[in-house]
Design a protein around this ligand. Structure first.
Ligand code: C2O
Ligand code: CU
Ligand code: CU
Length: 549
């Protein structure tokens, strides 16, 4: 039976594991073994006439799914610029089971549909790779707390026309998450050609969300940088500093002007760029009101003069457009800042540019934000739902919290590393093993150990899979030039909430509190500058069962 899939490498063959370390593929059948079903299960499946996929579906968390989605990565054409269409790669989804709004297509974009998930749902997603030219891929649900087999580790890549079945329960806080490819070495180009989409997790019982704008007043905004050639085709190169592009797209379109009413909006911003950092501010210097971060709503609303948003980070803003007269055009800008590793081209990291415009019109109706709240109906025009706390610089000045593990980010032998190590498909070093249920403090330091006072370096947006963490403290760079650069972005950090990605400027240090819950197995932590990631600035950590006693 095995021989029918002759390209399949057997997982039990350690030689295959080693030789295939960087470009492994798992077939459906091999996934059966990963699911713990084994040869007996395959045999039973064959004799009953089931396909291996339907049997594999019984693995993972094991409950009957409430939601079933068929997801594909396909090649398509999109009219991004005037004139010729652009060849893009994109996610397409079909809802097979579940609430009708689960798959919500975004109009006029190459971005994948929004996946609207609810806390507690058992979700099954069957992903099929329809990319050309033997392009292997796998999907990762960025920010979600899922079993290892559903996390999209690069060792689970599938070849074109193969499928992978994800089973997981939504255990996440309501918030703004996203999905994107995660093959080793090809995440940058695949995401760049268009493979990305949002996941909005909601919980109908969440009290904090009651009174927040919903429906057309809840705007997801994905910020991405692209470069086009004269034929309107996407240009990409894996630059050492990270690929930037010179056109800023919002939800896949350039030069966006969105008409909004004079009422409150919830803006969910995702930095979906490969490596660009945004320093977001209103054109008239009105402070930004922040209500959420990567892992959902904050305990308290905070204000910032601007928000610094590194690759993969999310921030949610509450904007009351009634504070401006009708007819106003307000611009969301990215302000200038100073950094090394700025990349090249006409729009380097740290350049100032407009992100998008909001054209403010009169309100269409008196009750613009109906919220389905069975127990406590919200009052109308409830603009501020939590006490407003004004802080700046976040915990930037807090004392350094003692760390359990330290990870230094630096260049070694021409390669970006974490503690001097680059990615190896299945390798886990002794200091990358953690115990289930443990609470730890992890520290990232954006410089070579003992290299304090050194100049140079690059920003690194560090991301940890499988969980959301809290930021305990940060340290400013000690080098004067690095410190001066850091001063131009630090008031825009939002460290108050749950995070899965944090930006570290050159010379900066940060301490995070993490807890490893529910799942053992192999998870990733890495720089989310996708070019750094592809070049190996990524490592595994393994969650093991707690030692007795
Ligand atoms: Cu957004 Cu490892 O990924
Ligand atoms: Cu992730
Ligand atoms: Cu990096």
């Amino acid at each position: 039976m095995r021989s029918r899939k002759n390209h399949t490498r057997r997982q039990s063959d350690p030689q295959a594991t080693r030789t295939g370390a960087s470009r492994r593929r798992f077939s459906r059948r091999e996934f059966l073994h990963l699911s713990g079903l084994g040869a007996l299960g395959t045999l039973a499946a064959a004799s009953l006439g089931w396909t291996p996929v339907s049997l594999a579906m019984r693995g993972a968390e094991g409950s009957t799914p409430d939601v079933e989605i068929a997801l594909e990565a396909v090649v398509d054409q999109d009219a991004i610029l005037p004139g010729a269409t652009t060849t893009v790669w994109r996610y397409r989804a079909t809802l097979l089971k579940g609430p009708a709004d689960t798959v919500q297509p975004l109009p006029d974009t190459y971005l994948g549909p929004i996946l609207n998930l609810r806390t507690g749902q058992n979700v099954r997603i069957t992903f099929t790779n329809r990319l050309p030219n033997n392009e292997e891929t796998i999907v990762h649900w960025h920010g979600l707390h899922v079993p290892e087999a559903a996390d999209g580790h690069p060792r689970y890549v599938i070849a074109p026309d193969e499928s992978y079945v994800y089973d997981f329960t939504v255990r996440d806080r309501p918030g703004t998450y996203w999905y994107h490819p995660h093959p080793h070495g090809r995440t940058g180009p695949q995401a760049y050609y268009g493979l990305a989409g949002l996941i909005l997790v909601s919980d109908p019982n969440q009290r904090a969300a009651q009174g927040l704008p919903t429906g057309q007043y809840d705007l997801p905004l994905v910020l991405q940088g692209r470069r086009f050639d004269a034929q309107n085709q996407l240009v990409y190169s894996a630059e050492m500093a990270g690929f930037l592009g010179d056109r800023i797209l919002v939800n896949g379109r350039p030069d966006v002007t969105r008409t909004v009413e004079r009422t409150s909006y919830r803006l969910r911003l995702l930095n979906g760029s490969n490596s660009r950092i945004y320093k977001l501010a209103w054109s008239d210097n009105t402070p930004l009101t922040v209500i959420g971060t990567d892992g959902g709503l904050l305990d308290q609303t905070v204000q910032r003069p601007y928000v610094t948003l590194g690759p993969a980070e999310r921030v949610e803003l509450l904007v009351d457009f009634s504070q401006w007269p009708a007819g106003t055009t307000l611009t969301l800008r990215s302000l200038a800042f100073s950094t090394t590793g700025g990349g090249n081209g006409s729009l380097p990291n740290g350049a100032e540019f407009p992100v998008m415009n909001f054209a403010i019109s009169e309100s269409a109706g008196p009750t613009p934000t109906p919220t389905p709240a069975p127990t406590a109906p919200p009052t109308q025009n409830q603009h501020v739902f939590l006490p407003l706390v004004s802080k700046s610089g976040a915990q930037a000045q807090a004392a350094r919290v003692q760390a359990d593990r330290t990870f230094s980010l630096y260049m070694q032998a021409g390669q970006w590393t974490i503690n001097g190590r680059a990615f190896e498909m299945e390798a886990v070093a002794p200091d990358e093993v953690v115990e289930l249920n443990a609470t730890e403090v992890w520290e990232f330091i954006n410089q070579r150990p003992g290299g304090g006072g050194m100049q140079g370096g690059q920003p690194h947006p560090m991301h940890i899979h499988g969980l959301q963490f809290r930021v305990l403290s940060r340290q400013a760079p000690t080098n004067a030039t690095q410190r001066a650069n850091w001063e131009t972005v630090k008031d825009g950090y939002v460290d108050e909430g749950w995070k899965d990605t944090v930006l570290l400027m050159p010379g900066e240090g940060i301490q995070l509190q993490l807890q490893f819950q529910d799942y053992t197995g192999l998870y990733l932590y890495h720089c989310h500058n996708l070019e750094h990631e592809d070049m190996g600035m990524m490592r595994n950590y393994r969650v093991v069962p707690p030692t007795a006693g």
